[in-house]
Design a binder for this molecule. Structure first.
Ligand SMILES: [Zn+2]
Ligand SMILES: [Zn+2]
Length: 240
């Protein structure tokens, strides 16, 4: 079926025409910024992946225009949870409040400093063997930030990187060996270790890789054997 995607500025909507049926996402624009408000896919286009195509085309258009993105629409929000490669489009803190909060972190000796702005895309605890071995600790408290919201403010030349897999580039200070963060380039997210961020309140929502746990944590949060399905895992949940 013929498909045609375009920005219908007269009606403030991105629309995807599929053989004459229209799916659309409405928006509000202001100079340099856009808010995605609401998505509609007509019933005759249901179950064909049209919503995902529309979401992808819309976010690609936002990226091409360089607009700062805010999202009010639940559909787009859940699409972005499944496709974190778009998280860097979000204006820092856009979902929470107008003035974004900045948190600072540093290495053990203070030679390296960095800051993050806004709020993390995910926060929780990782029990994987790689985190255990690298940090010499049973659990890593992670907070995953869109790459664009992390900024090195001091000592960039002192940062060394080691990667065992393409998924995780682990960064530390060459002088003191203190750990700073893990870049997950495929997800376009950076784990800045929650306990390094001054003034940051860690609000974990899950435990990842509990299948290789060294200690049990009876906090009532979901315990995934590997990862939740929306982060590419099996979604299998284990008891506390
Ligand atoms: Zn250091
Ligand atoms: Zn881990």
């Amino acid at each position: 079926m013929a498909e045609n995607f375009r920005d219908d500025e007269d009606r403030s909507r991105f629309k995807l025409d599929v053989g004459g049926a229209i799916a659309f996402i409405t928006y509000r624009k202001s100079p340099g910024a856009i808010t995605l408000v609401h998505t509609e896919v007509p019933p005759e286009l249901g179950g064909q992946g049209v919503g995902s195509k529309l979401g992808r085309a819309t976010l690609d258009a936002v990226r091409a225009e360089g607009w700062k993105l805010s999202v009010e629409c639940d559909f787009v929000r859940s699409f972005m949870t499944k496709h974190p490669e778009y998280n860097d489009l979000l204006a820092p803190g856009a979902q929470e409040k107008k003035i974004a909060t900045t948190y600072r972190a540093g290495c053990f000796c203070g030679a390296v400093e960095l800051e993050v702005t806004g709020k993390p895309a995910f926060a929780g605890y990782c029990h994987c063997r790689d985190c255990q071995a690298w940090s010499a600790a049973p659990i890593n408290a992670f907070s995953l930030w869109p790459s664009a919201s992390v900024r090195i403010t001091k000592g960039e030349a002192e940062i060394a990187t080691f990667h065992k897999t393409e998924n995780s580039y682990r960064k530390y200070c060459k002088i003191c060996g203190g750990h700073l963060m893990t870049d997950h380039p495929r997800m376009r997210l950076i784990d800045v270790y929650a306990n390094l961020l001054q003034g940051f309140v860690h609000e974990p929502t899950l435990h990842a890789n509990y299948g290789s746990k060294m200690v049990s944590v009876k906090d009532g949060l979901p315990k995934y054997r590997d990862l939740p399905a929306e982060l590419g895992g099996s979604g299998e949940v284990l008891p506390d």
